[in-house]
Design a protein around this ligand. Structure first.
Ligand code: C5P
Length: 315
Protein backbone atom coordinates (compact mmCIF):
# COMPACT_ATOMS: atom_id res chain seq x y z
CA UNK A 1 0.00 0.00 0.00
CA UNK A 2 2.80 2.41 -0.89
CA UNK A 3 1.58 4.18 -4.04
CA UNK A 4 -0.58 7.22 -3.31
CA UNK A 5 -3.87 7.24 -5.19
CA UNK A 6 -4.88 10.27 -7.30
CA UNK A 7 -6.73 12.90 -5.30
CA UNK A 8 -9.89 12.33 -7.35
CA UNK A 9 -9.87 8.64 -6.44
CA UNK A 10 -12.06 6.61 -4.18
CA UNK A 11 -10.94 3.53 -2.25
CA UNK A 12 -13.61 0.88 -1.66
CA UNK A 13 -13.31 -1.73 1.09
CA UNK A 14 -15.61 -4.66 1.78
CA UNK A 15 -15.58 -5.74 5.42
CA UNK A 16 -17.22 -8.76 7.10
CA UNK A 17 -19.28 -9.42 10.21
CA UNK A 18 -17.75 -11.53 12.95
CA UNK A 19 -19.30 -14.27 15.01
CA UNK A 20 -17.94 -16.00 18.11
CA UNK A 21 -17.96 -19.80 17.94
CA UNK A 22 -17.21 -19.80 21.65
CA UNK A 23 -17.05 -16.84 24.01
CA UNK A 24 -15.58 -17.58 27.42
CA UNK A 25 -15.81 -14.56 29.71
CA UNK A 26 -13.96 -14.09 33.01
CA UNK A 27 -14.51 -11.73 35.93
CA UNK A 28 -13.85 -8.06 35.11
CA UNK A 29 -10.26 -6.83 35.21
CA UNK A 30 -9.16 -3.69 37.06
CA UNK A 31 -9.72 -1.65 33.84
CA UNK A 32 -13.35 -2.86 33.67
CA UNK A 33 -12.83 -5.10 30.63
CA UNK A 34 -13.50 -8.80 30.88
CA UNK A 35 -10.81 -11.35 29.98
CA UNK A 36 -11.99 -13.39 27.01
CA UNK A 37 -11.18 -16.72 25.44
CA UNK A 38 -12.96 -16.76 22.12
CA UNK A 39 -12.83 -18.23 18.65
CA UNK A 40 -13.85 -15.67 16.06
CA UNK A 41 -15.08 -16.41 12.57
CA UNK A 42 -15.62 -13.84 9.80
CA UNK A 43 -18.78 -14.60 7.83
CA UNK A 44 -20.24 -13.40 4.55
CA UNK A 45 -22.39 -10.54 5.81
CA UNK A 46 -20.67 -7.32 4.73
CA UNK A 47 -20.55 -3.58 5.04
CA UNK A 48 -19.08 -1.60 2.13
CA UNK A 49 -17.01 1.49 2.90
CA UNK A 50 -15.75 4.11 0.44
CA UNK A 51 -13.13 6.70 1.28
CA UNK A 52 -12.63 9.88 -0.77
CA UNK A 53 -10.09 12.65 -0.28
CA UNK A 54 -11.19 15.66 1.76
CA UNK A 55 -9.56 18.88 2.89
CA UNK A 56 -6.99 18.65 5.71
CA UNK A 57 -8.70 18.25 9.09
CA UNK A 58 -12.06 17.40 7.55
CA UNK A 59 -13.33 13.95 8.56
CA UNK A 60 -16.94 13.14 7.65
CA UNK A 61 -19.11 10.05 7.34
CA UNK A 62 -22.43 9.21 5.73
CA UNK A 63 -24.16 5.93 6.47
CA UNK A 64 -26.97 4.23 4.59
CA UNK A 65 -28.48 0.76 4.36
CA UNK A 66 -30.10 -1.41 7.04
CA UNK A 67 -30.82 0.53 10.26
CA UNK A 68 -28.49 3.33 9.15
CA UNK A 69 -30.52 5.79 11.24
CA UNK A 70 -29.12 4.13 14.39
CA UNK A 71 -25.51 4.86 13.44
CA UNK A 72 -23.97 8.22 14.46
CA UNK A 73 -22.69 10.35 11.57
CA UNK A 74 -20.34 12.46 13.66
CA UNK A 75 -16.95 12.23 15.34
CA UNK A 76 -18.20 9.51 17.69
CA UNK A 77 -18.47 7.08 14.76
CA UNK A 78 -15.75 4.46 15.20
CA UNK A 79 -14.79 4.62 11.52
CA UNK A 80 -14.17 8.38 11.81
CA UNK A 81 -12.14 7.78 14.96
CA UNK A 82 -10.12 5.18 13.03
CA UNK A 83 -9.39 7.63 10.21
CA UNK A 84 -8.38 10.36 12.66
CA UNK A 85 -6.17 7.94 14.58
CA UNK A 86 -4.38 6.82 11.41
CA UNK A 87 -3.85 10.42 10.29
CA UNK A 88 -2.43 11.38 13.70
CA UNK A 89 -0.22 8.29 13.92
CA UNK A 90 1.36 8.85 10.49
CA UNK A 91 1.31 12.67 10.55
CA UNK A 92 -0.99 12.79 7.51
CA UNK A 93 -2.19 16.29 6.66
CA UNK A 94 -5.32 15.13 4.82
CA UNK A 95 -8.98 14.64 5.59
CA UNK A 96 -11.36 11.99 4.36
CA UNK A 97 -14.98 11.65 3.38
CA UNK A 98 -16.31 8.20 4.32
CA UNK A 99 -19.44 6.50 3.08
CA UNK A 100 -20.68 3.24 4.63
CA UNK A 101 -23.39 1.00 3.22
CA UNK A 102 -24.50 -1.30 6.01
CA UNK A 103 -25.82 -4.81 5.90
CA UNK A 104 -24.18 -5.97 9.15
CA UNK A 105 -26.86 -5.64 11.87
CA UNK A 106 -26.41 -2.46 13.92
CA UNK A 107 -25.83 -3.16 17.66
CA UNK A 108 -26.37 -6.82 16.74
CA UNK A 109 -23.37 -8.54 18.35
CA UNK A 110 -21.59 -8.94 15.01
CA UNK A 111 -18.95 -6.20 15.33
CA UNK A 112 -20.53 -3.98 12.68
CA UNK A 113 -19.02 -0.74 14.04
CA UNK A 114 -15.67 -2.42 14.63
CA UNK A 115 -15.65 -3.80 11.11
CA UNK A 116 -16.33 -0.34 9.68
CA UNK A 117 -13.38 0.97 11.72
CA UNK A 118 -11.15 -1.80 10.34
CA UNK A 119 -12.31 -0.88 6.83
CA UNK A 120 -11.59 2.80 7.46
CA UNK A 121 -8.02 2.03 8.56
CA UNK A 122 -7.40 0.00 5.41
CA UNK A 123 -9.09 2.46 3.07
CA UNK A 124 -7.36 5.54 4.48
CA UNK A 125 -3.95 3.84 4.47
CA UNK A 126 -4.46 3.18 0.75
CA UNK A 127 -5.95 6.60 0.03
CA UNK A 128 -3.06 8.39 1.70
CA UNK A 129 -0.42 6.08 0.18
CA UNK A 130 0.96 5.07 3.58
CA UNK A 131 3.71 2.48 3.80
CA UNK A 132 1.99 0.52 6.54
CA UNK A 133 1.60 -3.26 6.74
CA UNK A 134 -1.60 -5.05 7.66
CA UNK A 135 0.12 -6.19 10.89
CA UNK A 136 0.81 -2.55 11.81
CA UNK A 137 -2.85 -1.73 11.15
CA UNK A 138 -3.87 -4.67 13.36
CA UNK A 139 -1.78 -3.22 16.23
CA UNK A 140 -3.35 0.19 15.75
CA UNK A 141 -6.80 -1.38 15.57
CA UNK A 142 -6.58 -2.69 19.14
CA UNK A 143 -6.78 0.83 20.58
CA UNK A 144 -10.09 1.41 18.75
CA UNK A 145 -11.95 -1.59 20.16
CA UNK A 146 -11.59 -5.19 21.20
CA UNK A 147 -13.04 -6.65 17.96
CA UNK A 148 -11.35 -4.31 15.45
CA UNK A 149 -8.09 -6.33 15.04
CA UNK A 150 -10.01 -9.49 14.14
CA UNK A 151 -12.01 -7.65 11.48
CA UNK A 152 -8.72 -7.05 9.67
CA UNK A 153 -7.43 -10.59 10.22
CA UNK A 154 -10.61 -12.47 9.24
CA UNK A 155 -10.91 -16.21 8.70
CA UNK A 156 -11.11 -18.20 11.93
CA UNK A 157 -8.95 -17.06 14.85
CA UNK A 158 -8.64 -17.26 18.60
CA UNK A 159 -9.04 -14.06 20.60
CA UNK A 160 -7.64 -13.46 24.09
CA UNK A 161 -6.91 -10.52 26.37
CA UNK A 162 -10.05 -8.41 26.01
CA UNK A 163 -10.46 -9.93 22.55
CA UNK A 164 -7.80 -7.86 20.79
CA UNK A 165 -5.02 -10.49 20.86
CA UNK A 166 -5.82 -12.45 17.71
CA UNK A 167 -4.15 -15.58 16.39
CA UNK A 168 -5.31 -17.26 13.15
CA UNK A 169 -6.44 -20.88 13.34
CA UNK A 170 -5.67 -23.21 10.44
CA UNK A 171 -9.30 -24.28 10.05
CA UNK A 172 -10.23 -26.00 6.77
CA UNK A 173 -13.99 -26.32 7.03
CA UNK A 174 -16.61 -24.25 5.25
CA UNK A 175 -19.83 -23.62 7.14
CA UNK A 176 -23.33 -22.43 6.33
CA UNK A 177 -24.79 -20.08 8.92
CA UNK A 178 -28.30 -18.74 9.26
CA UNK A 179 -28.17 -15.25 10.74
CA UNK A 180 -31.44 -14.19 12.38
CA UNK A 181 -31.95 -10.54 13.26
CA UNK A 182 -34.63 -9.07 15.50
CA UNK A 183 -35.92 -5.53 15.96
CA UNK A 184 -33.81 -3.38 18.25
CA UNK A 185 -30.20 -3.78 19.32
CA UNK A 186 -28.40 -4.56 22.56
CA UNK A 187 -25.72 -2.36 24.08
CA UNK A 188 -22.51 -4.36 24.58
CA UNK A 189 -21.66 -2.64 27.90
CA UNK A 190 -25.22 -3.35 29.12
CA UNK A 191 -24.86 -7.04 28.30
CA UNK A 192 -21.51 -7.23 30.12
CA UNK A 193 -23.08 -5.44 33.10
CA UNK A 194 -25.90 -8.01 33.11
CA UNK A 195 -23.28 -10.76 32.91
CA UNK A 196 -21.64 -9.28 36.04
CA UNK A 197 -24.99 -9.07 37.82
CA UNK A 198 -25.86 -12.70 37.02
CA UNK A 199 -22.34 -13.84 37.97
CA UNK A 200 -22.64 -12.10 41.35
CA UNK A 201 -25.98 -13.86 41.97
CA UNK A 202 -24.27 -17.13 41.09
CA UNK A 203 -21.16 -16.42 43.16
CA UNK A 204 -21.97 -19.20 45.60
CA UNK A 205 -21.13 -21.73 42.92
CA UNK A 206 -17.83 -20.69 41.28
CA UNK A 207 -17.40 -21.94 37.75
CA UNK A 208 -14.72 -21.37 35.16
CA UNK A 209 -16.79 -18.36 34.12
CA UNK A 210 -16.60 -16.69 37.54
CA UNK A 211 -12.98 -17.51 38.36
CA UNK A 212 -11.59 -15.24 35.65
CA UNK A 213 -9.81 -17.96 33.65
CA UNK A 214 -11.88 -18.67 30.56
CA UNK A 215 -10.59 -21.16 28.01
CA UNK A 216 -11.43 -22.38 24.50
CA UNK A 217 -13.18 -25.78 24.74
CA UNK A 218 -11.21 -28.70 23.27
CA UNK A 219 -14.36 -30.00 21.56
CA UNK A 220 -14.56 -26.80 19.53
CA UNK A 221 -10.93 -26.96 18.44
CA UNK A 222 -11.36 -30.61 17.44
CA UNK A 223 -14.50 -29.80 15.43
CA UNK A 224 -12.68 -26.99 13.61
CA UNK A 225 -9.63 -29.15 12.95
CA UNK A 226 -11.91 -31.78 11.38
CA UNK A 227 -13.97 -29.15 9.55
CA UNK A 228 -17.07 -31.06 10.64
CA UNK A 229 -20.32 -29.06 11.07
CA UNK A 230 -21.94 -32.02 12.86
CA UNK A 231 -19.27 -31.70 15.58
CA UNK A 232 -19.16 -27.91 15.52
CA UNK A 233 -22.91 -27.45 16.17
CA UNK A 234 -22.97 -28.90 19.70
CA UNK A 235 -19.61 -27.25 20.51
CA UNK A 236 -20.90 -23.66 20.05
CA UNK A 237 -21.00 -21.71 23.33
CA UNK A 238 -21.36 -18.17 24.61
CA UNK A 239 -20.99 -17.09 28.25
CA UNK A 240 -22.83 -13.84 27.39
CA UNK A 241 -25.90 -15.75 26.22
CA UNK A 242 -27.68 -15.90 29.63
CA UNK A 243 -27.17 -12.14 29.99
CA UNK A 244 -28.46 -11.45 26.47
CA UNK A 245 -31.49 -13.70 27.06
CA UNK A 246 -32.14 -12.01 30.39
CA UNK A 247 -32.33 -8.62 28.60
CA UNK A 248 -34.14 -10.04 25.56
CA UNK A 249 -36.28 -13.02 26.68
CA UNK A 250 -37.89 -13.15 23.21
CA UNK A 251 -34.64 -14.66 21.90
CA UNK A 252 -35.42 -17.88 23.80
CA UNK A 253 -38.21 -18.53 21.30
CA UNK A 254 -35.95 -17.67 18.35
CA UNK A 255 -33.40 -20.24 19.52
CA UNK A 256 -36.10 -22.84 20.18
CA UNK A 257 -37.62 -22.43 16.70
CA UNK A 258 -34.21 -22.75 15.02
CA UNK A 259 -33.38 -25.82 17.11
CA UNK A 260 -36.76 -27.39 16.30
CA UNK A 261 -36.03 -26.75 12.60
CA UNK A 262 -33.04 -29.06 12.95
CA UNK A 263 -30.14 -26.59 13.24
CA UNK A 264 -26.90 -28.43 14.04
CA UNK A 265 -26.25 -25.83 16.71
CA UNK A 266 -27.54 -22.44 17.79
CA UNK A 267 -26.09 -19.57 19.77
CA UNK A 268 -26.55 -15.87 20.45
CA UNK A 269 -24.00 -13.90 18.43
CA UNK A 270 -21.56 -12.11 20.76
CA UNK A 271 -23.55 -9.75 22.98
CA UNK A 272 -26.69 -10.26 20.83
CA UNK A 273 -29.45 -9.89 19.91
CA UNK A 274 -28.60 -11.55 16.56
CA UNK A 275 -28.84 -15.34 16.76
CA UNK A 276 -26.92 -17.90 14.68
CA UNK A 277 -27.91 -21.33 13.48
CA UNK A 278 -25.49 -23.78 11.90
CA UNK A 279 -26.87 -25.62 8.87
CA UNK A 280 -25.57 -28.77 7.19
CA UNK A 281 -25.72 -27.11 3.74
CA UNK A 282 -27.52 -24.33 1.88
CA UNK A 283 -30.73 -26.32 1.42
CA UNK A 284 -30.85 -27.03 5.14
CA UNK A 285 -30.15 -23.35 5.77
CA UNK A 286 -33.15 -22.40 3.62
CA UNK A 287 -35.37 -24.72 5.66
CA UNK A 288 -34.19 -23.20 8.94
CA UNK A 289 -34.65 -19.64 7.60
CA UNK A 290 -38.17 -20.43 6.35
CA UNK A 291 -39.19 -21.92 9.70
CA UNK A 292 -37.83 -18.93 11.64
CA UNK A 293 -39.65 -16.46 9.38
CA UNK A 294 -42.90 -18.47 9.29
CA UNK A 295 -42.94 -18.60 13.10
CA UNK A 296 -42.37 -14.83 13.32
CA UNK A 297 -39.32 -15.63 15.46
CA UNK A 298 -37.11 -13.00 13.81
CA UNK A 299 -37.17 -9.93 11.59
CA UNK A 300 -34.87 -11.35 8.93
CA UNK A 301 -33.06 -14.63 8.38
CA UNK A 302 -30.27 -14.86 5.83
CA UNK A 303 -27.60 -17.36 5.01
CA UNK A 304 -23.91 -16.57 5.24
CA UNK A 305 -20.83 -18.63 4.49
CA UNK A 306 -17.90 -18.76 6.87
CA UNK A 307 -15.04 -18.36 7.18
CA UNK A 308 -14.33 -15.44 4.82
CA UNK A 309 -11.40 -13.01 4.60
CA UNK A 310 -11.08 -9.90 6.77
CA UNK A 311 -11.54 -6.38 5.37
CA UNK A 312 -10.32 -6.17 1.75
CA UNK A 313 -9.73 -3.34 -0.71
CA UNK A 314 -11.95 -3.91 -3.75
CA UNK A 315 -10.59 -3.62 -7.24
O1 C5P B 1 -13.64 -2.90 23.19
P1 C5P B 1 -14.95 -2.24 22.89
O2 C5P B 1 -14.86 -0.74 22.98
O3 C5P B 1 -15.58 -2.71 21.63
O4 C5P B 1 -15.93 -2.69 24.06
C1 C5P B 1 -17.19 -2.09 24.25
C2 C5P B 1 -17.60 -2.31 25.70
O5 C5P B 1 -17.86 -3.72 25.92
C3 C5P B 1 -16.57 -1.93 26.72
O6 C5P B 1 -16.67 -0.59 27.07
C4 C5P B 1 -16.93 -2.83 27.89
O7 C5P B 1 -18.06 -2.33 28.57
C5 C5P B 1 -17.40 -4.09 27.20
N1 C5P B 1 -16.33 -5.10 27.06
C6 C5P B 1 -15.88 -5.79 28.17
N2 C5P B 1 -14.90 -6.74 28.05
C7 C5P B 1 -14.38 -7.02 26.83
C8 C5P B 1 -14.83 -6.35 25.68
C9 C5P B 1 -15.80 -5.38 25.82
O8 C5P B 1 -16.35 -5.56 29.30
N3 C5P B 1 -13.45 -7.97 26.73
Amino acid sequence: MTAPVPTSACVAVRTPAKINLCLGVGAPRSDGYHPLATVYQAIGVYDDLRARPAAPGRFTIRVDGDDAGLVPEDDSNLAVRAARLLAAQYAVDEGVSLHVRKTIPVAGGMAGGSSDAAAALLACARLWGLDVSRDELVSLAASLGSDVPFCLVGGTATGSGRGEEVSSLPADGAYTWVVATVDGGLSTPAVYAEFDRLSALDAGAPTETTTGTPGVPDALLTALRDGDPQLLGPALSNDLQPAALSLRPDLVTTLEVGDAAGALGSVVSGSGPTTLFLAADERHGEQISSRLLAAGACRSARQAAGPVAGAQVRA
